[in-house]
Ligand binder design. Structure first.
Ligand code: NAG
Ligand code: NAG
Ligand code: NAG
Ligand code: NAG
Ligand code: NAG
Ligand code: NAG
Ligand code: NAG
Ligand code: NAG
Ligand code: CA
Ligand code: CA
Length: 579
């Protein structure tokens, strides 16, 4: 009897280990709603536009999306300045449009993740207005400090600098104090040391969970807490960075008191509990947290959990995005990828990110002829792949002159240096077809200009071409659903200076090998040097990019593989004995 029970339990555990939860193998897609699809011709994308495009997302293999903010906002930071966390901005539509989006997305099996922006609100939020008036409930909702009078002049509470340049402190004459804004001055920082703020934000999360959100992507988590104030209500200066003498530059100080305070991880754990409790109470699929933070690896790894409690299901992995550039070789790729895999706590899920609305596009950063290589790598690594809208069709940055620049991070600078800061080039409208405004909008003027390359780089045209960026992406994301990819082991190795190899294997199943030639020489590869188990094995080509001279179904021996410059291929073992 006991023996039978033990056997059943063991079997149960084995079965569980095999079947992954939806998010562990998801193909995520980031939608920047302003630039995705404009349904009403005002030049700005909206929720109805997203709903209309769900079929497209399904077709290309996307299983979950995360939407940049769609909430009420004066748009000083294009939606990251929220004036009401539980209402839809009219620019994007209505609550009914949101409900409809969820309904249609559910029908197609696509999860909708919302952007949660806890660090700050808009200065037009009711909470801030009440805090200014020292309303008894709201007075400590924000980070207020008196500052100093020096020789008759008022000076800020500390030398802290905003991410968007200039002092992070703004004087508010109505309250007679400074408030902290780590971003735009229209984005006052919430005070997470005030339990009422934590409660208010918990209610925001629960509101959207009830509305059907599958989880949240948490914005700028590392900025949530600041050091505690001094006895006089002011704050300690941050130490100077010797190599930056521009007082307005974010690099002027070392951010030891304004980012990565130890309370941050505890807060993430408490938000995770909200997700888990909601599922316990209401059933349904797991609701997830994706935490955005550009913190050091050891800090980010703590977001996963501490071995006792769980944290963010997916702390965004920005290592590839931050470490790789157009000079990187295969060893650099190996290092960026394995640093994450080797540091990740056992049993957690990896994720792979190469772009978002804050960074230059992959084709512009790494070279247009590397876009398919990058998509091949992201799709064949273990865990979640995360695509920023437009990367699947190979969109590139669009030059926006100073006069037309709208991003506050760039507008806070000057015509000489704005290009270093502007995030507009990666935010231009999605290119759907070769009609007016690339099919994005019927407006005469879109909020940012459409790229001039839209006649060829667009969804409709690329669908019809077998070796387009989009066809490759779609093919890879089908391949990714194979069991070896969803459940298998991974080994990532530079085969030489120029070629990266990714081996995916699963007991009793096919082994897959991704090979990408990052540079411009012809390469002759013996696979068994990197992956000894492959000696004398035969492989079949199951994916080839435009540079390849092979066709799918071609066979090759492991010891003699030729790769063209910038070629990307996936090989599949012809027998399953390789493991
Ligand atoms: C947010 O908007 C909703 C719907 O219009 C409203 O009921 C709620 O009071 C607003 N909340 C705040 C804090 O202004
Ligand atoms: C204040 O004024 C005095 C006298 O003019 C001067 O020596 C001192 O440096 C000033 N302090 C600051 C912080 O500017
Ligand atoms: C953490 O997550 C794992 C995997 O989902 C689960 O097995 C474990 O019970 C969770 N731990 C807690 C404390 O909830
Ligand atoms: C391009 O897309 C727009 C918006 O969906 C549509 O009105 C237009 O007819 C499309 N053009 C072509 C050539 O399909
Ligand atoms: C767009 O421009 C055309 C031609 O100048 C004009 O007739 C039309 O009214 C404009 N449409 C809008 C929505 O402004
Ligand atoms: C598995 O990969 C093969 C290519 O080897 C592909 O044809 C097939 O569609 C994939 N299966 C699934 C379920 O995605
Ligand atoms: C693999 O195949 C062998 C022989 O067919 C079998 O005994 C074993 O249970 C299989 N393992 C798995 C994990 O399926
Ligand atoms: C990638 C990302 O979402 N970055 C956001 C971080 O937070 C600031 C302020 O909310 C936004 O401006 C960025 O776009
Ligand atoms: Ca619109
Ligand atoms: Ca903060």
């Amino acid at each position: 009897m006991l023996f039978k029970l033990a056997l059943l339990l063991a079997l149960g555990a084995a079965v569980q280990a095999q079947s992954k939860d939806w998010w562990e193998t998801a193909s995520f897609y980031q939608i920047y709603p302003r630039s995705f699809k404009d349904s009403d011709g005002d030049g700005v994308g909206d929720l109805k536009g997203v709903t209309q495009s769900l079929g497209y997302l399904k077709d290309i293999g996307v299983t979950a999306t995360w939407l940049s903010p769609i909430f009420s906002s004066p748009m000083a930071d294009f939606g990251y300045d929220i004036s009401n966390f539980t209402d839809i901005d009219p620019l994007f539509g209505t609550m009914a449009d949101f409900d409809n989006l969820i309904k249609e997305a559910n029908k197609k099996g696509i999860k909708i993740i919302l952007d949660f922006v806890p660090n700050h609100t808009s200065d037009e939020h009711e909470w801030f207005k009440k805090s200014i008036k020292r309303d008894p409930y709201y007075k400590d909702f924000y980070v207020w400090a008196p500052g100093y009078i020096v020789n008759g002049t008022r000076v800020p509470p500390s030398n802290w600098v905003s991410v968007f340049r200039g002092s992070a402190w703004e004087w508010n004459s109505a309250r007679g104090e400074y408030y902290l804004h780590q971003f735009h001055k229209k984005q006052p920082d919430l005070n997470f040391r005030e339990p009422r703020v934590q409660q208010a934000m918990k209610e925001v999360l629960e509101f959207w969970l009830k509305k059907g959100a599958a989880g949240f992507r948490i914005d700028a988590v590392q900025h949530s807490f600041e050091i505690r104030p001094e006895y006089d209500g002011n704050f300690l200066n941050e130490p100077r960075n010797r190599d930056d003498n521009d007082v307005d530059s974010y690099g002027y100080t070392q951010h030891v008191f304004t980012v990565d305070q130890k309370e941050t991880t505890e807060m993430i754990y408490s938000w995770r509990k909200i997700m888990d409790d909601f599922k316990k109470a209401n059933g349904g699929d797991t609701r997830i947290l994706m935490a955005e933070s550009y913190s050091p690896v050891d800090v980010v790894m703590e977001y996963y959990g501490n071995g006792v409690v769980n944290g963010s299901h997916i702390p965004f992995n920005f290592l590839m995005l931050q470490w790789l550039n157009d000079k990187s070789n295969a060893h650099d790729y190996e290092n960026a990828i394995n640093t994450w895999l080797n540091n990740m706590p056992k049993g957690k899920t990896a994720n792979w990110v190469m772009g978002n609305h804050d960074k230059n596009r992959v084709g512009s950063r790494l070279g247009e002829d590397r876009m398919d290589l990058v998509n091949t790598i992201l799709a064949t690594l273990p865990g979640c792949s995360i695509t920023y809208q437009g990367e699947e069709i190979g969109m590139t940055d669009v030059f926006i002159p100073w006069e037309d620049t709208v991003d506050p991070q760039a507008c806070n600078s000057n015509p000489e240096i704005f290009q270093w800061f502007s995030r507009d080039p990666a935010r231009t409208p999605m290119q759907w077809n070769n009609s007016k405004n690339a099919g994005f909008s019927t407006a005469n003027k879109t909020w940012l200009p459409v790229s001039s390359n839209y006649l060829t780089i667009n969804v409709e045209s690329e669908k019809k071409i077998a070796d387009s960026h989009l066809s490759f992406y779609t093919e890879l994301h089908k391949l990714r659903k194979n069991k070896t990819y969803t459940n298998g082991e991974a080994q990532v190795k530079a085969i030489n200076q120029n070629v990266l190899g990714i081996r995916r294997s699963l007991k009793n199943d096919s082994t897959y090998i991704t090979l990408v030639n990052i540079w411009d020489q012809l390469e002759f590869i013996d696979l068994s040097i990197a992956f000894p188990e492959t000696t004398s094995s035969e492989f079949e080509y199951v994916f080839v990019n435009r540079r390849s001279q092979h066709s799918k179904k071609d066979k090759t021996k492991a010891y003699s593989i030729t790769l063209m410059p910038k070629e990307a291929v996936v090989l599949k073992s012809t027998s399953s004995e390789l493991y």
